[in-house]
Design a protein around this ligand. Structure first.
Ligand SMILES: *Cc1c(COP(=O)(O)O)cnc(C)c1O
Length: 232
């Protein structure tokens, strides 16, 4: 079990490591603290210590935690997990950013929910660079046609790309995937406009966030290094 002091000290350590890489590389990034499966009090402790962006993976858990912490008005919630179309209503309008959109059918469900609420939902398109069957996200080849779908869907806006490389013990092994996502973003950026604005790269987790920042991550998603291991 983690105490308030432990969580806050781990968070400070991560923030210092992020600052150090950003200074060295002259880059900026936003830490999204991944709080999935962790109790709301841990989120409150991290918030007290200066964290404002939190990432959740499961739609019901997202719904419950955002409701429970609705009086904390400066929290920014990110949805980073796989999202079923029938649970889109728990997330649309509550997440500042949905990182994990990899199919047109999910995009459609978000579009129609956002249209009903008369809002524009910001999202990232998830790319499965290694083609791992266990992971969601579309292939590189499918990316241009996915981005073209936004043109007639005015209630969604694409702010960039997200990826989750295969797990490696050595963070350097993730680097080629981060480079590839950045290259894709740079290639596709001038080809799209309107509600497709490929600014953001969401990449890097506990094991490899420093490498991700070096390669241009504007959002890093860190769970274990802040909140401890899950499911123990
Ligand atoms: C759980 C999760 C993370 C955080 O992983 P850690 O290794 O605990 O930092 C990041 N991104 C996604 C999509 C996740 O599901």
């Amino acid at each position: 079990m983690h105490t308030r002091e432990e969580i806050q000290s781990k968070l400070r350590t991560i923030m210092e490591r992020i600052d150090a890489v950003c200074k060295r590389t002259d880059k900026k990034t936003t830490l999204v603290a991944v709080s999935k499966t962790k109790p709301v009090e841990m989120i409150q402790w991290a918030h007290e210590a200066g964290c404002r962006n939190f990432g959740e993976n499961y739609a019901q858990e997202f719904r419950d935690k955002t409701a429970e912490l609705s009086d904390v008005t400066d929290l920014r919630w990110h949805f980073i997990g796989s999202l079923q179309r029938n649970k889109v209503r728990y997330v649309v309008g509550k997440a500042v950013l949905i990182h994990s959109v990899g199919t047109v059918s999910l995009l459609d469900a978000i579009q129609s929910r956002a249209a009903r609420a008369d809002i524009v939902q910001d999202i990232l398109v998830e790319v499965n660079l290694a083609g791992e069957p266990s992971k969601s996200g579309l292939s590189e080849a499918e990316l241009p046609s996915m981005l073209a779908q936004f043109a007639d869907r005015p209630n969604v806006r694409c702010l960039g790309l997200m990826t989750m490389p295969p797990f490696f013990a050595d963070p350097e092994a993730s680097r080629p995937y981060f480079v590839r996502l950045r290259e894709l973003r740079d290639d596709l950026r001038p080809r799209f406009g309107g509600n497709v604005d490929l600014t953001h790269l969401s990449m890097g987790m506990t094991a490899d966030f420093e490498v991700a920042i070096e390669e241009g991550a504007t959002l890093i998603r860190v769970g274990t290094a802040i909140f401890g291991p899950r499911g123990t």
